[in-house]
Design a protein around this ligand. Structure first.
Ligand code: IMP
Length: 443
């Protein structure tokens, strides 16, 4: 029998609550792997009232000792300083990392000049302001695709490392000074820092392609943890207001080395409403007092940058698009309880004037989008912490069923609060079946 190999992706613009979902599902999987992005992600997990924000290391690491094992795949861009800090924070919290975390030798490295260029370029006149997380993610992927990147393995060839930093800085310092008036960075200092960091991460560096494929051959289950969301995908998102990697399910194969024929399922995570952080199109965005209420109730402030998130209503055409692009088997809806106080809840069911299934391509087209709303009555009582679907108020059930119909996908799980146990697993859903199939332990 094929090993269970399931992808979890954000079905909106990121921040859907993947951290909690992955942490919850991780108990059923032997391996959890990240496949794209970097420390721009902020996966928040609350366990026993304690909050953890993971940026690079897959959330599965928060499960007890031994299992699951966590992989940072080749598709991730790694800032060694961020990684070392995250490892130290986990260890200080008593979480075992050594022997459980494996970082791909082929993953690309973020260097200080990536951040320098990004910070300067984002505020340069005439540039489209994307509102990035300023972590150097885009410039690191640019260097990767430009075939002038530095990979984790290269850190250990000191001659190569020194030459790489010297040559790269000759170019980057000149560009940054000429275009943005930035002060130059010192190659010698960066070299020394990266040598020291490389020694700290050495015990974790591995040939993860082999590790994951051998694990799958032995029948061990693997959960592939996406970062950001479908609409931030470099190809399929609201370009250019996107991140610089393939956040969609296809990216999971490239970013880990697991072949498409290994994948057994895909899950999407969406809020019961919608948020976005950074610039770019957002057809169902709400402003004014109702937006403030959603933002406060949902604590919608970025976990990485602290920026207030833009908030709006569930956008079914977007989620239908996510279902199509990723072949989603099941949808997990989070933060239902945030809607508890509302009298009426708008849901976008179509975009006026656009044929079903088609999505705008340019920012100008996105600006023309006119959402068609259907308003549903709110339930106006607390759903916080409910764990049984039958206990939800009838109007909340009607709302969820409407979202499922509109999105054209099975609803597998509902989150009613940040803690692990504030969750409803729908027992007859496709998700429940997939979890039964995944319950294989690591050897
Ligand atoms: P970058 O990924 O830092 O290049 O930022 C590009 C865009 O993606 C910006 O709009 C960011 O706000 C957004 N973004 C990046 N990572 C996340 C995330 O984890 N959650 C939500 N938005 C994100």
């Amino acid at each position: 029998m094929k090993a269970s190999c399931v992808i979890v992706i954000g079905a909106q613009w990121g921040d859907e609550g993947k951290g909690k979902v992955v942490d919850l599902l991780a108990g059923r999987f032997a391996w959890i792997a990240r496949y794209q992005g970097g420390h721009n992600a902020g996966h928040t997990v609350v366990i026993g009232g304690r909050k953890y924000v993971l940026q690079l290391i897959p959330c599965g690491i928060l499960r007890g000792q031994g299992s699951p094992r966590a992989v940072i795949g080749n598709g991730v861009v790694v800032d060694p300083q961020a990684l070392v800090t995250e490892i130290a924070t986990l260890e200080a919290a008593g979480i075992e990392v050594k022997g459980r975390l494996f970082i791909s030798r082929r993953a690309h490295v973020i260097l200080p000049y990536h951040r320098m260029i990004e910070l300067a370029a984002e505020s340069a006149p005439g540039r489209v302001k994307i509102g990035t997380t300023s972590r150097g993610i885009g410039p690191a992927y640019e260097d990767k695709m430009g075939r002038r990147g530095l990979r984790i393995f290269d850190l250990y060839d000191r001659g190569l490392l020194r030459a790489h930093i010297t040559n790269a800085l000759a170019e980057k310092n000149a560009i940054a000074a000429a275009l943005y008036g930035s002060a130059p960075l010192d190659p010698g200092q960066i070299f020394e820092t990266y040598v020291a960091l490389s020694e700290q991460i050495r015990p974790y560096v591995a040939e993860t392609a082999l590790l994951l494929n051998r694990a799958a051959d032995r029948g061990e289950s693997i959960l592939l943890e996406g970062a950001q969301g479908v609409l931030l995908d470099i190809d399929h998102g609201t370009y250019p207001f996107v991140t610089s990697s393939s956040t969609t399910a296809g990216g999971a194969c490239i970013g880990t080395s697991l072949a498409p024929t290994r994948i057994t399922g895909a899950l999407g995570v969406s809020k019961a409403y919608c948020t976005r952080v950074g610039g770019g199109p957002f057809p169902t965005e709400e402003n004014g007092p109702r937006a403030d209420e959603l933002r406060q109730r949902g604590n919608e402030f970025g976990s990485v940058t602290g920026r207030p998130r833009r908030v709006g209503w569930f956008d079914a055409p977007l989620v239908r698009y996510a279902v199509m692009l990723n072949g989603l088997d099941s949808l997990i809806l989070t933060k239902l309880d945030v809607l508890d106080s509302l009298e009426r809840i708008p849901v976008c069911v179509a975009y006026r004037g656009l044929s079903e299934g088609s999505m705008p391509t340019s920012v100008a087209e996105w600006e023309q989008v006119e959402p068609v709303y259907q308003e549903l009555p709110g339930w106006q009582c607390s759903t916080e912490g409910i764990t049984d679907y039958a206990q939800l108020p009838p109007r909340a059930r009607a709302y969820l069923e409407f979202l499922g119909q509109q999105a054209g996908v099975d609803i597998g799980m509902i989150s009613t609060g940040p803690e692990r146990d504030q969750t409803i697993l729908l027992p007859h859903s496709r998700l429940a079946g997939m979890l039964d199939g995944a319950a294989v332990t690591a050897s």
